[in-house]
Ligand binder design. Structure first.
Ligand code: APR
Length: 183
């Protein structure tokens, strides 16, 4: 079977020409700051329109648009990728409220959605490490391990790109990925 590769880049996820980029969204799917804001700005208003429709459909059946740890997929508007997978990270509350499992679920569920759609390449930001305050080192370890473990169950996915926006995250991921032997 063709090997699956994990790449690490320092840059802007809105510029990644992969099949899907992952957005660190909020549970209401209504856009925000950070990477959520950057993705909506680059995609254009149709992305928010699609998110609004999904949110209304979910609320119509009594569900939250996107609870922490879950993921939904939309088109990508004017972005160079084909899809945006919106996932909601856990707000860091000290680590004893299930944050690691919820963060791992963000990566796992995003990859399962990509596999279901037959996508081959997915780019992730450093989910929850900004506004949601998740410690970067712990997040990188959880994210890398979750992706490595899930890839064995999503054979259609050929390439994962971890996109770091700052030098600190980049250095952390470099170390963690080398330790996990994925470099
Ligand atoms: N490309 C890649 N990464 C980016 C970009 C970008 N253009 N812009 C920001 N980032 C990085 C941040 O530096 C951080 O490392 O994305 C990571 C995630 O940070 P946030 O965007 O703050 O996301 P998060 O911590 O998950 O908080 C989500 O913030 O924007 C709101 O609506 C969002 O309520 C939600 C919350």
């Amino acid at each position: 079977m063709e090997e699956q590769v994990i790449e690490l880049v320092l840059g802007d996820i809105t510029k990644q020409a992969v099949d899907a980029i992952v957005n660190a969204a909020n549970s209401g799917l209504m856009g925000g700051g950070g990477v959520d804001g950057a993705i909506h700005r680059a995609a254009g208003p149709e992305l928010l329109e699609e998110c609004r429709r999904i949110a209304e459909e979910k609320r119509g059946i009594g569900r939250s648009p996107c609870p922490a740890g879950e993921a939904v997929i939309t088109g990508a508007g004017r972005l160079p990728c084909k899809y945006v997978i919106h996932t909601v990270g856990p707000v860091w509350r000290g680590g004893g409220q299930g944050e690691p499992e919820l963060l791992a679920s963000c990566y796992r569920n995003s990859l399962f959605l990509a596999e279901e759609r037959g996508l081959k390449s997915v780019a992730f930001p450093n989910i929850a490490t900004g506004v949601y305050g998740y410690p970067k080192e712990a997040a990188a370890g959880t994210a890398s391990a979750a992706v490595k473990e899930t890839l064995s169950r999503t054979p259609g996915i050929r390439k994962i790109v971890f996109v770091c926006f700052d030098d600190e995250n980049y250095a952390i991921y470099r170390r963690v990925l080398e330790f996990l032997g994925t470099f």
